[in-house]
Design a protein around this ligand. Structure first.
Ligand code: URA
Length: 243
């Protein structure tokens, strides 16, 4: 269910002509390429037959006498319930995308997946460059998790997490992480990377098991809606991940 309806766009950027045609029509990629090869598309009054040509929203791109305009990118925050999966299709569990009652859901992807049993903040978009800013290992984007543990943590765990943990099967230590103790078996953990099952593996490495995991925050974006609801990000939230 949509909570509010602030649908923001973001400064447009260059993209391949075939992608532009797909984003502005109902054509699939192969249909768009076929039309380009047939000479049906012009860019600034010149027929362009190369699908990889870089174009920009400001170029005048015509198809069948109509000027093409790309749709605005979409940036969505969803409060993931437990027992759903971060995949575009249902598998062992229903897809998170069932909660999005909007068009063209198949064009969306998730910027930083959560396990089926993890709850909390998921960012969803159709802007691949934007999501790359969040998920690229070099972006060091901060993620904050609330974690319930099977038993009390040893007193030195916070400093171990600060120094970096050796995860099984990994070459390098984890990057410094901040552990805030809420109660003897409940903590808030801030990490700046996103290795596979990272939080569960970090606690496993110090002899503890995660009973429940909930993502509260990514970058500057806080989870502020109830479970199962979604909303569009504000313009400031979109821009906060930079470019
Ligand atoms: N780390 C995990 O172990 N699981 C998640 O879902 C997210 C981070």
């Amino acid at each position: 269910m949509l909570l509010s309806c602030i649908h923001v766009s973001r400064k447009s950027h260059a993209m391949r002509l075939d992608k532009f045609v797909c984003k502005s029509t109902q054509l699939t990629k192969s249909e768009a390429i076929q039309r380009i090869h047939q000479g049906d598309i012009s860019v600034n009054s010149e027929i362009t037959m190369h699908e990889a040509t870089q174009v920009h929203e400001n170029n005048i791109i015509m198809f069948n006498g109509l000027r093409l305009k790309t749709r605005e990118f979409r940036y969505i925050l969803l409060h993931k319930p437990a027992g759903t999966i971060c995949s575009n299709v249902d598998e062992a569990y229903p897809s998170l995308f069932n909660y999005l009652d909007i068009d063209r859901v198949s064009e969306l992807h998730i910027a930083g997946r959560l396990d089926a049993d993890t709850t909390g903040l998921v960012l969803i978009t159709d802007d691949g460059r934007w999501s790359f800013n969040i998920t690229a290992p070099t972006s060091h984007c901060r993620k904050v998790y609330r974690v319930v543990l099977s038993k009390e943590l040893a007193v030195d765990v916070a400093s171990k997490f600060e120094k970096g943990i050796q995860l099984q099967g990994e070459q390098h230590l984890t990057l410094p992480a901040i552990l805030e103790i809420i109660s003897p078996s409940e903590v808030r953990l801030t990490i700046t990377e996103g290795k596979f099952h990272q939080v569960k593996r970090m606690f496993a490495a110090v002899g503890s098991r995660v009973l429940s995991l909930h993502r509260e925050k990514i970058g500057e974006v806080n989870l502020d809606i109830d479970v199962g609801l979604w909303r569009y990000l504000t313009s400031d939230e979109v821009q906060s991940f930079g470019k």
